[in-house]
Design a protein around this ligand. Structure first.
Ligand SMILES: [Zn+2]
Length: 260
């Protein structure tokens, strides 16, 4: 696996990776990972992400408020996001997750507000969604999210739902969960969704691939996920890396505005 993998979602600014960013980028870089998309989770983290992106050519920042902090979202914060967003490649991560204690209607309001920001600044969305896919599709449609598209991060929806997201201009991102025992639903997505609509991510430090279970995840381990998916599809790791990276570049529009 030599060519140009893109980790479309990794939190190099968080937890055990904070302070280890240099080593993490070097380790992954040696395995062919050339680009790291670092999404925002909480507004207090945006400055740190911007600083990392200034320091490393390979880091592409995104800004947003994660559904677990949806109760922070109000009009002044959305204005701040809009100002910050123009320094990034996407708005995210945003979304819906009933596993958090924030009521879904508050999460939904935060999501709608951030989709409007994405449309205003014309940037794609990085979406976190668990167990609310039908509701999410309704919101994406109502808010015109297909104008910007984006990535369904760590996609845990079904193969059957995939065409609806693809139709709205979203690529589906696979993480280490595809390698887990019992990750059968995601393995079906990895096998059956047309390759050109798939991208890869680690979601490091979370979603550690099976073979490293129990450790904090790191961007280098995207290679484990890539090899696993290539095997599931019966294609070479090279082809998988090339196609998923092309797709990530297309949805995130990384070719326009190449970092200098
Ligand atoms: Zn994340």
């Amino acid at each position: 696996m030599s060519c140009c993998l893109i980790d479309s979602h990794c939190h190099l600014d968080l937890g055990p990776l904070a302070g280890e960013c240099d080593a993490a980028i070097r380790e992954a870089g040696a395995l062919g990972v050339g680009t790291f998309v670092v999404p925002g989770v909480h507004p207090d983290g945006w400055h740190g992400i911007a600083t990392l992106a200034d320091a490393y050519r390979a880091i592409r920042p995104a800004y947003g408020i994660h559904p677990m902090y949806a109760d922070l979202v109000d009009e002044p914060l959305l204005s701040r996001l809009q100002e910050q967003a123009v320094r990034g490649v996407a708005i995210g991560e945003v979304g819906l997750d009933p596993g958090y204690p924030i009521p879904l209607e508050i999460q939904e309001r935060a999501l709608r507000g951030q989709i409007r920001v994405a449309r205003a600044v014309d940037l794609p969305l990085l979406i976190h969604c668990r167990r609310s896919f039908q509701r999410l599709i309704t919101i994406l449609r109502e808010e015109g999210a297909e104008r910007v598209g984006g990535i369904m991060h760590g996609y845990s929806g079904s193969v059957e739902m995939a065409p609806q997201f693809i139709g709205l201009g979203f690529a589906l991102s696979l993480s280490g969960s595809v390698t887990w025992n019992g990750g059968r639903k995601t393995a079906r997505v990895a096998r059956e969704v047309p390759l050109k609509h798939l991208v890869l991510e680690t979601d490091a430090p979370d979603m550690t691939p099976q073979c490293h279970r129990g450790e904090w995840n790191r961007p280098a381990w995207i290679v484990e996920t890539a090899e696993w998916v290539a095997r599931l599809r019966g294609i070479t790791g090279e082809e998988l890396a090339r196609t998923t990276s092309d797709t990530a570049r297309r949805v995130l529009r990384l070719n326009n505005g190449e970092k200098t």
